[in-house]
Design a protein around this ligand. Structure first.
Ligand code: URA
Length: 434
């Protein structure tokens, strides 16, 4: 079938054979299917969906579009975590070293910021010198030696996803369950992991706006894992307000360091502990989630997680001094404080608006070629449910001047809701799917 016929078949809701999907993805990866044809295909999938046979073929085609790592020479059960993307989500930074400190090797291939959501790679690169573009041989050596490595996606691992993901980002086809599932599972399975914990976000700041959609996404990914013989556990988590206080790359590194030293905001610690506990159970270093939780808490409190993080930063060329002298991390001098315009109770902190506000400052990319400013960002000073006085500081904006600041403040205009009556805080954790 020609690319045109494949797009037409999907547009009309006809089933595509595994052979057709594999050839189409291979041709796209090698540049024989044009970006505009792939965009049309993505939009057809967005509206028509995929059945389980089509999805299985898509995952296989994307997984085998490049190298599939073999980590069997590294001792232990290798476990990774992947989040579907959120605002202020820096969990991988404290999580990978904490889990490694408890004896489970963590090979992690992470992404850059996408749309209004931040990316682990951009955050790590705000540490001066930190290198995320490393060879798969060095990646494997580091996991064996230190227990954890976080690197960016290379052109050799799941290259179909690397290309397709960037295209979806600019064609309004990210929030589509079969496409997200294939994207995440193809690159995670290519890492050579034995098991995976998924943090599937729902709410205002997530690609899945409702818990029901997040559940469908989680079940789809757990099903793909099962078919591939990998244990996958998914936790649904709330993304209706930013995670932690900081949104912005170096600011989030600072908050991660606080968490790695046993402090940090309670939601960041709670999520690190919960996902870490699941990883320890899958990695057979904890018999149940309860004992996993206490092991991760100990690793954060006794300095062992921070010590693995220091080793990771050193191994990847980063300035270890900047982890104890935080003034060495990129920062700006200009700070603007947003104050409450009325008294009451915080009833909404729209994560997506905070994400877009940080983007306006330069903390993320509008076009894929944009450079990220590591120093700018936001510090959110309140949480949903907090009582608030008129004039009380709500948010600090770390900025570089007029243009970015103006656009950021415009985004923040609708970001905060205040109610006259008390507000019940939402739960951070939703369902567990395994
Ligand atoms: N994260 C991914 O890796 N892929 C998606 O499609 C969405 C979130």
């Amino acid at each position: 079938m020609r690319a045109y016929d494949i797009i037409m078949a999907k547009r009309e809701g006809r089933e595509l054979s595994a052979k057709t999907i594999k050839k189409f993805i291979a041709d796209y990866t090698h540049g024989e299917v044009a970006d505009y044809q792939m965009s049309a295909f993505a939009m057809a999938v967005f509206f028509r969906g995929m059945n389980s046979a089509e999805l299985a073929a898509l995952v296989d085609a994307m997984l085998y579009s490049g190298e599939v790592l073999d980590l069997s020479a590294i001792e232990g059960i290798k476990v990774d975590k992947h989040s579907t993307g959120g605002v202020g989500d820096k969990i991988s930074l404290p999580l990978a070293p904490a889990v490694a400190a408890c004896g489970v090797p963590v090979p992690m291939i992470a992404g850059r910021g996408l749309g209004h959501t931040g990316g682990t790679i951009d955050k790590l690169e705000s540490i001066p010198g930190f290198n995320t573009s490393i060879s798969s041989a060095d990646f494997q050596r580091q996991v064996a030696a230190i227990g954890a490595c976080i690197m960016g996606q290379t052109t050799s691992i799941a290259p179909a996803d690397k290309k397709f993901y960037a295209l979806r980002d600019v064609t309004a086809t990210v929030d589509c369950i079969p496409l997200i599932s294939a994207s995440i599972m193809s690159k995670k399975l290519a890492e050579g992991i034995d098991a995976l914990v998924l943090d599937v976000k729902f709410g205002d700041g997530a690609f899945m706006k409702t818990a029901a959609q997040a559940r469908e996404l989680a079940e789809t990914m757990v099903g793909i894992g099962q078919r591939m013989g990998k244990e996958v556990v998914a936790r649904l988590t709330n993304m209706n307000q930013p995670l932690g206080r900081m949104v912005g790359n170096a600011l989030e590194v600072k908050e991660s360091i606080e968490t790695l030293k046993g402090a940090g905001p309670s939601d960041i610690r709670a999520l690190t502990v919960e996902l870490g506990a699941e990883m320890l159970v899958l990695g057979q270093q904890a018999t149940d989630v309860d004992s996993g939780r206490s092991k991760i808490e100990n690793a954060l409190d006794d300095g062992s997680a921070f010590s693995v993080f220091e080793k990771m930063v050193e191994a990847q060329g980063g300035d270890v001094k900047s982890l104890s002298d935080l003034a060495l991390l990129p920062h700006v001098e200009s700070v603007y404080t947003v104050e409450a315009s009325q008294a009451g109770h915080i009833s909404g902190l729209h994560a997506e608006s905070f994400g877009k506000a940080a983007l306006s400052l330069g903390a993320g990319r509008v076009r894929s070629a944009d450079l990220v400013d590591p120093a700018v960002g936001l510090e959110v000073l309140v949480e949903v449910g907090d009582p608030i006085e008129k004039g009380q500081p709500i948010c600090r904006v770390y900025h570089r001047g007029e243009k970015g600041l103006e656009a950021c403040l415009q985004q923040l205009n609708d970001a905060v809701n205040v109610s006259h009556s008390p507000v019940v805080k939402e739960e951070l954790f939703g369902q567990r799917i395994a």
